[in-house]
Design a protein around this ligand. Structure first.
Ligand code: SF4
Length: 894
C-alpha cells in the first residue's frame, strides 16, 4: 500500500493505483473523457490533468508513489486541461454541446470546466451518419477518436469489431470492414454506446428522450443474471444500461438484456383474461378477472374433489421470480394437494442438479464466474457461451486472450472452438466416452492429485476399473475424434494448476445426460479442482434467467424449498406445520410423466405458468395430445403462446420488468428484481394471480408480499436462512448456502468438506451408452438444436423487438459437403423430417457444422423444431434428448 496526500487529506491506496484512483478514494473527482473504469487507461484526452508533486500529469495513467502530494484543483493543471478540452471541442460541430448532459460526458465536462466552444476555430468534421443498425447510430462528426468504444469492443466484449481508421484530424471509429455498421461483425452488445463520451455513438430509439427514473433490476433472459439499470420516463422505458460495478456483469450486457425490451409495450400483450365460456371448441373471449378466476377455481376444485390432487399438474416457470415459484409450489401442495409440480429445468439442467448433487452434494455450480479470471485452463463442454451466455462468453475470450488455454468439446465449430487450443468435435451423444477417455489419460500420465483423491473422494477403485476400457483409441472410435487430440486435451487439462470446467445443455440434454455431468465432474475431482483454496471448480451455464431459483424454491415434484425431500417425514411435518396444511407424502409427476398421465386419463387438469410447452417441449404432437386429453388447461403468460391458444383459461401475467422479487443466477447468486414499469391493462404478476386464485378456492397462502414470501422460504429452507430482500437491498447479492443473517454467503463450495453423506466427493464409474436415437439409412443425419445470439428460447420476447432486424428467420445449418451432395445451395428450402414430424427451412451451408449433422434453433414459429425432437429422456431425470434427433433432408423443388 502507498500513502498519498490528496487536497491535504491522507489516503492509503494500493501500490498499483493511479493518481485518479487516489483522488476518487479521497472522495474527490477529476473530469475525464477517455477514461472508463472498465478499460485499460489511455491518457489520450489530457482532460484529467492534475498536479502531482511538482508536475502536471494525466491522473488516469500516472501511478501513485509513496508520499505523493496530489492537488486536483491546481490552477495551472486546470488551465491546461481546459485548453485540451477547448481543442477537442473546436473540431466538433456546435450540436455536440446541444446534446442533453444526461447523454454526453463531453457536455458535463464542458460545464464543469466552463468550456463553451469558440475559443479556437478551424475545420470541423463533416463525415456523416451511419444509421444502418436498428439500435445504434454513429454520428461520425462527433467522434473525438478517444478509442473508448474500440477498447470496450476488444477488452470487455472480446469481439474486436471496431477500429480507429484514418489519420490525424480524420481519425474516426469504424466498424470492422468500414462499411455499414449492421454488416460488420458487431454483436450489438451496446458497450460502445455506453462508453462513448460525446454521443457520437448513441442508441437510436431514445436519442430525443431524457429519463426521469432509474430502476436497478436483473436481466430476465439468460441465467448469467446481469444487473441492468432501466431508465424510464412517464411513457415507458427510455433505455437500459448495464449496471456499473455489478458483481456478475461488471458494466457489460448483451444484445438481449441491453436492447431487447420493446416486447413489454408490444400490442400483442395479453391485457385481459380469456376464457372459453361455451367449453372446448368455443373461441377464447375476453373475460373479467372475477369470471376467469371463478371458472378456474370451480374446475380445479371439481377435478380435485372427483379425482384427487394427483389428477392436477402444475408446470411452473424458470422466468418467474423465486417468490412466485415459492408461492406456486405452496399453492400446488397446500391448495391442490399434489406434488405434481415441476419446472423447465426438467428440460435443461435436471441432470445438473442430479449429477452435481450425487458427485458433490449441492444442486448448483461449485464456484463463481470471477474464478475464471484466475483459471489457467478453461474446458468448455457442450456450450456456446458467446451466443447463449454472451457476457460469460466475453469473460472467457478475455481470459484466453490473457493466456489461459482453452479446450472446447462440442460437435459444432463455435466461436470459442475457433480460438481453442484443442477442439474435440465428438459425435452428438459421445460425451461420456470422451470424458472417460480424458480421465484415463489424466490418470495414466500422472496428472491426478493422488492425495486429494485419497482424502476427499470415494469411488476411485471402481473408476479405475471402468477406465481400463477407455483407451484413447477406443474413445476416438466411439466419438469420431483423433486419439491424439484427446490425449493433447487431457494433458492441457492435467497440467493446469487452476482448471475450470464450464458446460451447458450439450451435456445435459441427452439420454445419458446425468452420466455426462457426473463423468465431467470426475475430471475436476481428478485434478483436485473442487473444494480447495484457489480452485476454479465446475460451472454449469444455466439456460433461463431463474431456472436455478425455480428449483431452489421447490418447484419440483420430489423436493420442497432448499432441496428438502418430500419423502422425509420430519421435513414434511415442518412444512405442514408452517403452512397449516398437509404436504402430500409421495413425490409427484415430472413434466414428461404429466403428459403420459394425461393421455392415460389419470391427469385431468394442467396449470402452466410462463411456459410455451407446445413450442419448447419435445415431440410437440405428443404435448398437444396431452393437452387435448386434459379436462381443463390454464395458461398464465405474457403473450398468447401456442400453448395458451389451446388452453381453457388464459391469465395475463406481468413481464420481469414489472415484477418485484429475486432471481438466482448460475452461480447460486440471489439478486433483486425490481419493477421498472407498472403492468399494462389488467395484467397481474404471477404472485398476485396465485394469491387471487387461492382466495377464489377458499384458501389463504399467507406471505402477502414477495419480501414476506422470501422471508418464509428463508425460515423453512436452511440454505437460504440468511437471505432477505432487506439484506439484498442493503448489501447486494448473496450466494447460497447462506444459512444466517450474519453469514456472508458462499462463493466457493466445499472448502470445509463435501455435502455428501460421507463428506467425500463421489467419483462416478459410468460407462458410455449410445444415444437413444441414432441415424440410419432412412434418417441419416443428426439434428442438434441450440440457440442464436439475437433470440431467446421460443422467441416470444425477442421476436417482438428490433432483434428481428438483426436475425429475421431461422435457418438449417449444414456442412457444405452435405449441401453439395444433396444439391442444396444457400437459401434453398429444405424439408427436415424425423420419425415424429417435419418442417421446412432455408439452408445455410457452413463448416460450423460437421458432415452428417445439421443444426437449428426454435426461436421462430416458422421453425417448429420440437415437432421433430423425440420424447426419449435421460434415464435418471427425464430430461429430453434434444441434442440427438435422427432426421432426413430433402431439397424442396424451387
Ligand atoms: Fe441478459 Fe444473459 Fe445477456 Fe446478461 S448475458 S444481458 S443475463 S441475456
Amino acid at each position: 500500500m502507498a500513502r498519498v496526500q490528496v487536497s491535504g487529506r491522507q489516503v492509503e491506496i494500493a501500490d498499483a493505483a493511479t493518481v485518479l484512483d487516489a483522488v476518487l478514494a479521497a472522495g474527490g473527482d477529476v473530469p475525464t473523457l477517455c477514461h472508463d473504469e472498465r478499460l485499460t487507461p489511455r491518457g489520450s484526452c489530457r482532460v484529467c490533468l492534475v498536479r502531482a508533486d511538482h508536475s502536471v500529469v494525466a491522473a488516469c495513467t500516472t501511478p501513485v508513489r509513496e508520499g505523493m502530494i496530489i492537488d486536483p484543483d491546481d490552477a495551472q493543471a486546470r488551465s491546461a486541461a481546459r485548453g485540451a478540452l477547448e481543442l477537442i471541442v473546436s473540431e466538433l460541430p456546435p450540436r455536440a454541446l446541444d446534446i442533453p448532459a444526461q447523454r454526453s460526458e463531453l457536455v458535463r465536462v464542458c460545464e464543469r470546466l466552463d468550456v463553451r466552444g469558440g475559443e479556437f476555430s478551424g475545420a470541423v468534421h463533416e463525415r456523416g451518419i451511419d444509421d444502418s443498425h436498428p439500435y445504434l447510430t454513429l454520428d461520425r462528426d462527433l467522434c473525438i477518436a478517444c478509442g473508448r468504444c474500440v477498447a470496450m469492443c476488444a477488452e470487455v466484449q472480446g469481439t474486436f469489431a471496431l477500429e480507429l481508421s484514418g489519420r490525424g484530424f480524420d481519425t474516426v471509429v469504424a466498424a470492422g470492414n468500414g462499411g455499414p455498421w449492421v454488416e460488420s461483425p458487431c454483436v450489438s452488445c451496446g458497450g460502445c454506446v455506453d462508453s462513448c463520451p460525446t454521443g457520437a455513438l448513441f442508441e437510436s430509439r431514445c436519442a430525443d428522450r431524457e429519463y426521469t427514473a432509474t430502476t436497478t433490476t436483473t436481466c430476465g433472459y439468460c441465467g448469467v443474471g446481469c444487473s441492468l439499470d432501466v431508465h424510464t420516463d412517464p411513457a415507458g422505458i427510455v433505455s437500459v444500461t448495464p449496471t456499473h460495478g455489478a458483481p456478475v456483469n461488471r458494466g457489460h450486457a448483451c444484445v438481449k438484456g441491453r436492447f431487447a425490451h420493446g416486447f413489454v409495450s408490444s400490442g400483442d400483450r395479453l391485457t385481459r383474461p380469456l376464457i372459453r365460456s361455451a367449453g372446448r371448441g368455443s373461441p377464447l373471449r375476453e373475460a373479467t378477472w372475477a369470471e376467469a378466476l371463478a371458472l378456474t377455481a370451480r374446475e380445479l376444485t371439481r377435478i380435485h374433489d372427483a379425482h384427487g390432487g394427483t389428477a392436477i399438474g402444475m408446470i411452473c416457470s424458470a422466468r418467474a421470480t423465486n417468490e412466485e415459484n415459492y408461492l406456486a409450489q405452496k399453492f400446488a401442495r397446500t391448495v391442490l394437494g399434489t406434488n405434481n409440480i415441476d419446472n423447465c429445468s426438467r428440460l435443461c439442467h435436471a441432470p445438473t442438479a442430479a449429477g452435481l448433487t450425487a458427485s458433490f452434494g449441492y444442486a448448483g455450480g461449485t464456484n463463481s464466474l470471477d474464478d475464471i479470471d484466475r483459471a489457467d485452463c478453461i474446458l468448455v463442454a457442450g456450450a456456446n457461451p458467446t451466443e447463449a451466455h454472451p457476457v460469460v462468453g466475453s469473460r472467457i475470450v478475455h481470459r484466453v486472450t490473457a493466456g489461459a488455454t482453452l479446450i472446447v468439446i462440442d460437435p459444432r465449430r463455435t466461436e470459442l472452438a475457433e480460438m481453442a487450443d484443442v477442439h474435440l468435435r465428438g459425435t452428438p451423444g459421445s460425451n461420456v466416452a470422451v470424458f472417460n477417455g480424458l480421465a484415463r489419460v489424466v490418470l495414466d500420465e500422472g496428472y491426478s492429485d493422488r492425495a486429494y483423491l485419497q482424502t476427499r473422494t470415494s469411488g476411485l477403485t471402481e473408476l479405475l476399473e471402468l477406465l481400463r476400457d477407455y483407451t484413447p483409441d477406443r474413445v476416438a472410435a466411439i466419438a469420431g475424434i483423433p486419439a491424439e487430440s484427446l490425449t493433447e486435451a487431457a494433458r492441457l487439462f492435467g497440467r493446469a494448476e487452476r482448471p475450470v470446467i464450464m458446460y451447458g445443455l450439450g451435456i445435459t440434454e441427452h439420454a445419458h445426460g446425468t452420466d455426462g455431468v457426473r463423468t465431467l465432474a470426475n475430471l475436476a475431482l481428478l485434478r483436485g479442482a473442487v473444494g480447495t483454496p484457489g480452485c476454479c471448480g465446475v460451472l454449469p451455464l444455466r439456460g433461463q434467467n431463474n431456472v436455478q431459483g425455480a428449483s431452489d424454491m421447490g418447484a419440483l415434484p420430489d423436493v420442497l424449498p432448499g432441496y428438502q425431500k418430500v419423502t422425509d417425514h420430519a421435513v414434511r411435518q415442518q412444512f405442514s406445520d408452517a403452512w397449516g396444511a398437509e404436504v402430500p407424502p409421495r413425490p409427484g409427476l415430472r413434466i414428461p410423466a404429466m403428459f403420459g398421465a394425461a393421455l392415460d386419463g389419470d391427469l385431468r387438469a394442467l396449470y402452466v405458468i410462463g411456459e410455451d410447452i407446445v413450442t419448447s417441449d419435445p415431440d410437440a404432437n405428443h404435448v398437444r395430445a396431452a393437452l387435448a386429453a386434459c379436462d381443463f388447461v390454464v395458461s398464465q403468460d405474457v403473450f398468447l403462446s401456442r400453448t395458451a391458444e389451446l388452453a381453457d383459461v388464459v391469465l395475463p401475467a406481468a413481464a420481469f420488468l414489472e415484477k418485484d422479487g429475486t432471481f438466482v443466477n448460475f452461480e447460486r447468486r440471489f439478486q433483486r428484481v425490481r419493477p421498472a414499469l407498472a403492468p399494462p391493462g389488467e395484467v397481474r404478476t404471477d404472485f398476485a394471480i396465485l394469491h387471487a386464485l387461492a382466495a377464489a378456492m377458499g384458501a389463504d397462502l399467507g406471505c402477502p408480499t414477495p419480501a414476506e414470501a422470501m422471508a418464509e422460504c428463508a425460515y423453512l429452507a436452511p440454505a437460504f436462512g440468511g437471505i432477505s430482500h432487506r439484506r439484498l437491498d442493503a448489501t447486494g447479492p448473496l450466494q447460497w448456502p447462506c444459512p444466517s443473517s450474519h453469514h456472508p454467503g458462499t462463493p466457493v463450495l466445499y472448502l470445509d468438506g463435501f455435502a455428501t453423506p460421507d463428506g467425500r466427493a463421489q467419483l462416478a464409474a459410468r460407462p458410455y451408452l449410445p444415444p437413444g436415437e441414432r441415424p440410419d439409412t432412412e434418417y441419416p443425419f443428426v439434428l442438434v438444436t441450440g440457440r442464436r445470439l439475437m433470440h431467446y428460447n421460443t422467441g416470444s420476447m425477442t421476436r417482438r423487438t428490433a432483434n428481428t432486424d438483426l436475425l429475421s428467420a431461422e435457418t438449417l445449418d449444414l456442412a457444405p459437403s452435405d449441401a453439395a451432395a444433396l444439391g442444396i445451395a444457400a437459401g434453398d428450402r429444405v424439408e427436415i423430417r424425423s420419425r415424429r414430424g417435419r418442417m421446412t427451412l432455408a439452408a445455410r451451408p457452413t463448416d460450423e457444422v460437421a458432415p452428417g449433422q445439421v443444426f437449428t434453433a426454435f426461436h421462430f414459429p416458422q421453425a417448429p423444431t420440437n415437432e421433430l425432437t423425440s420424447s426419449r429422456t435421460d434415464e435418471v431425470t427425464d430430461c429430453p434428448e434434444y441434442k440427438v434427433t435422427a432426421v432426413a433432408l430433402r431439397p424442396v423443388p424451387r
